[in-house]
Design a protein around this ligand. Structure first.
Ligand code: NAP
Length: 488
């Protein structure tokens, strides 16, 4: 792929440039070097993409489920064929180590095959009527044109998690990816292009002016559904404005995941799991453990293993096979880490390891922050209350089950949560008491294309993946039918 081509808009089945050739640069977060360019679209290009999607919708919704599934299966095949190239591009553009990038491509491809299969299971139902001459039938039909807005942290899977169910349901879609990762989006759309979908079914708008594109989505009456993954602040703004034209919205927003370790757990195993989950994607995941609660009797052992794991990580460019932790996405994120550490230390926390920006060994040009463990963290500290989105593991001591459940639930967010215990009854009690959309019991990877993903409260509305994921793209229609003229 030529990363310097500015034809990164995919509208009506064609790759095109932005009007007047407008473009913006894309940089490698591990070095600050420019690695490519992308088209900088605004209102006019977005409106053309929406028009293309609107024109394509009637024909696409009329295709049978097997035709739609076949297109998705072809995309799945192509994504697996290209997985190594896609992973390399992702490591370069987004920064995650190659191994994690390869995992993300597999996860992204899973949505394509999962929804290829779900396309054939968009069942309706019949309802027994109290009137003998009446028939009640429930149909599920595609909602219409969809707008999808995606973040940079999972730049491939967040696209397939929206596009696959949309086209499986018979919708057409316009996607706006994050401005940090337009090249990954383009590579995914190359695959969609080769899968021979009718023109206009999928469209891509890259931009450095997100509000201009967002405004065009919100103003459009043709768009019936907005699906967004990103920060809670932007999600709330979009949802409130989407209500003006009564668009359906689904929102996958921020998280503040508790990670709870009881004395009865395998504490070493829990600490290894905490390190894997916390430093994955350099902490830039909505389900990243953000508050690590450890029962007082185990805290010493837990912190030793966690610190040891943090020490063993090798920061570096994602494309270097020996790197095990990549950079943060930008310097704003590095500054946020510095502020959270300074605030916590100022209020009594101790730095067990890390705590500062990394500049040595050629890391100076990138946005690197040391894998960090903080102990003695308390509710007065900003890290206790804010989503960190970086490689800082704050450890908090607790004494009782009731206390830790109350602390874990004391947040506006409600996406993922984790519990380590060997006590079966406790596992059941605590998983039922936690107010989160996802609970992992002795499990740091509680996600799969086949399972519903989503949050409660300020973590969002709606679910992606699983049998539920396609519902977000379907309207429910009741057909009530009276046979003959008799009224009974
Ligand atoms: P963000 O700033 O909200 O950006 C997300 C997307 O929204 C980007 O494409 C961004 O475009 C776009 N955007 C920003 N302002 C907009 C506007 N006014 N109109 C239309 N679009 C707009 O979030 P982020 O910092 O990139 O992503 C991190 C957040 O995403 C975290 O809070 C994380 O927890 C959350 N997240 C949630 C999930 C989940 O499934 N729940 C998954 C991954 C990430 P630009 O890039 O051009 O700004």
């Amino acid at each position: 792929m030529d990363t310097y081509s500015t034809a990164t808009l995919y509208i009506n089945g064609k790759w095109v440039e932005a009007d007047r050739g407008a473009s913006f640069e894309v940089t490698d977060p591990s070095s600050g070097q420019v690695i490519g360019v992308a088209a900088d679209a605004g209102t006019a290009e977005t409106e053309r993409a929406i028009a293309a999607a609107s024109d394509a919708f009637p024909n696409w919704r009329a295709q049978n489920a097997y035709t739609r599934a076949a297109a998705l299966l072809r995309m799945h095949e192509l994504m697996l064929e290209r997985s190594e190239d896609l992973a390399l591009l992702m490591s370069l553009e987004q920064g995650k180590p190659l191994r994690a990038a390869r995992n993300e491509i597999r996860y992204a491809a899973d949505f394509l095959i999962w929804f290829a299969e779900e396309a054939k299971r968009i069942y309706g139902s019949t309802i027994p009527s109290s009137r003998t001459n009446q028939r009640l039938t429930v149909l599920r039909q595609p909602i219409g044109v969809v707008a999808g807005i995606t973040p940079w942290n999972y730049p491939v899977s967040m696209i397939t998690r929206k596009v696959a169910p949309a086209i499986a349901a018979g919708c057409s879609i316009v996607v706006k990816p994050a401005e940090q990762t337009p090249l990954c989006a383009r590579a995914v759309f190359d695959i969609f292009d080769e899968a021979d979908l009718p023109p206009g079914v999928v469209n891509l708008i890259t931009t450095s002016r997100p509000s201009e594109v967002g405004d065009a989505f919100l103003r459009s009456r043709a768009i019936r559904k907005l699906t967004f993954t990103g920060s809670t602040a932007v999600g709330k703004m979009l949802a409130s404005r989407a209500s003006e034209s009564m668009k359906r919205v689904s929102l996958e927003l921020g998280g503040h995941a508790p990670f709870i370790v009881f004395d009865d757990a395998d504490v070493e195993h829990a600490a290894k799991g905490a390190a894997l989950a916390k430093y994955l994607n350099t902490g830039q995941a909505c389900i990243s453990p953000n508050r690590i609660y450890v029962q007082r009797g185990s805290i010493g052992r837990f912190v030793n293993v966690l610190t040891d794991r943090a020490r063993r990580l090798r920061p570096g460019s994602g494309v270097d096979e020996s790197s095990t932790i990549g950079p943060l996405i930008d310097m704003t994120a590095v500054t946020k880490m510095e502020q959270q550490v300074a605030d916590a230390v100022g209020k009594g926390a101790q730095v067990a390891i890390g705590g500062e920006r990394l500049r040595e060994d050629g890391l100076d040009g990138g946005n690197f922050f040391a894998p960090t463990v903080l102990t003695g963290v308390s509710p007065a500290m900003s890290i206790y209350n804010e989503e960190t989105f970086g490689p800082i593991a704050p450890v908090i001591a607790f004494d009782t089950e009731d206390e830790v459940v109350a602390m874990a639930n004391d947040t506006e967010y409600g996406l993922a949560s984790y519990v380590y215990t060997k006590d079966l009854a406790r596992a059941v009690r605590v998983s039922e008491a936690l107010r989160f959309g996802i609970v992992g019991i002795n499990d740091i990877n509680p996600t799969a294309a086949a399972a519903p993903f989503g949050g409660l409260g300020e973590s969002g509305v709606g679910r992606e993946g699983g049998a539920q994921g396609i519902d977000e793209y379907l309207d429910v229609k009741l057909v009530a039918h009276v046979l003959g003229d008799a009224v009974d």
